[in-house]
Design a binder for this molecule. Sequence first.
Ligand code: WTA
Length: 572
Amino acid sequence: MANSTIIQPNKGHYNIAEELPSWEDFSWKDIETNFSWSQTGKVNMAYECVDRHVEAGFGEKTALHYIGEQEEYKLTYRDLKEKSDLWATVLKKRGVKKGDFVFVFLPKHPDCHIAMLAAIKLGAVVGPLFEAFMEDAVKERIQDCGGTFLIASPELVKRVQRDQLPSLTTVFITAEPEQCTGDEISLFEEARNVETEENIIEWVDLDHGLNIHYTSGSTGKPKGIIHAHRAMIQQYITGRWVLDLKEGDIYWCTAHPGWVTGTVYGVFAPLLNRTTTVIHGGRFGAEEWYDILERTGVTVWYSAPTAFRMLMAKGDKLISNYDLSKIRHILSVGEPLNPEIVRWGIETLSNRIHDTWWMTETGAQLIVNLPSEAIKPGSMGKPFPGIEAAILGEDGEILEAGAVGQLALKANWPSLMREVWKDPAKYSTYFPFDGWYLSGDLATIDETGYVFFQGRSDDMINSSGERIGPFEVESKLIEHPAVAEVGVIGKPDAVRGEIVKAFIVLNKEYQESKELLEELRLFVRSGLAAHAAPREIEFLEELPKTPISGKVLRRELKAREAKKSSDLLVNK
Ligand code: WTA
């Protein structure tokens, strides 16, 4: 582990160094004074993200710079305030009120920001859905919390099975009436026909629900993680000190708000810091990404190792066609950042890539590489000020430097999840030892406090930084008539970190074939989501199981996979 290479910060590159307080004096309470609510105690995330800046005279500053396939435009902070007020008025008229669940199923687009902010203005709990989710994934999430409201695009709403979602009474479409069907409401038309209500903002308590993200573990269906408005304290200050966001910055976070990174560091943190955010509609493409970086003049860029690896694989010659000299700060999240990528960043982008670690449940970054500090490639960094991290052994004992155990954090930071929806028992499983939040990640901490990721302690799969529960994929596959038994694991992969691999025992009447392989992959792809579809499928006569309960031993499948890497029945 402890890599001896240390990479010092490029002084002058960062705005932050001169501002950082001495960490001994750090207190979350002091951060609160940046917000108006520190006097009143009542708060609204959307106000702090948008309205506050307009009131302070920054209404003309660009908030969002959208680059889509068909169009490109900018919205100022004033535009964002007016639009979110207007949409909030429409939602309110149609019955959205404090505490309701409002799901948002939109592609990466300013409408997604506006919809989220509008729902939050009313004190609703917003549930952004990943744009690649298919029918089952969407249904399970809305069903689980009995969601009543949905804001969707005409394309994505086709994946919402209304007949199976009785709780979902009201569906708004971000389009004109011609593109709506049945009882769907055209948000555009309604917005033209209402007067924006004054003082539309619902002021809520700090611990009032703000957003819900469904996230996977190794067992069970995805669980609904609920965060509260209080999270803004940490989301704001990590935006300032870790992302190093300042007045002139152009910032790009490549994640979709359906993932927690896209919500917290794609919507909240940059707006809280009054930053200009780039939104790119669509998925990865090396040429396209370099073009966006150059054209919009991105200065701060937050992405993920898989994307960096894909860019690396395209070669350095391609990069030399673009002027990327405006970039001054790069960050990574979601999966292990290989030292090789850090070196590539320095050589080709003249920037260190700063790893950050956190989880849906933690609500904001916890382990970080502050721009002003030395980086040890291979390490995720050190705990953010105010965060106490430790490596715990099986009985909750704190292990010494260098030992591998569970990464745990003293559960006292503002953005920690408030609730696992309707599942307090699940919530308490995160806190088996007094006061510690247990991450499920294995790690070590070296003598100087740098944290090194070692793997997961459970079967959760991390493919391209997207968190996939093996149970969810297994449950889908078992619905297919050909499948008698199935075990799903994450298999190490050079580009994606891990890929989903399924081991399948076929029902007697079925024979293995290339067509069947393809059909099974498509079955998951079109039911759940593309990223959940197994890239590899292997047919077996039987699966290893626990002798008593007969549960499939994923661990054994993983061990077998590690032993052999070739001569598989592979379908890539
Ligand atoms: C993994 C994403 C290695 C980890 C914000 C964690 C990482 C899970 C890193 C959470 C990192 C996140 N290095 N692994 N820097 N950051 N992970 O909930 O296993 O989608 O538990 O949140 O991603 O994924 P989630």
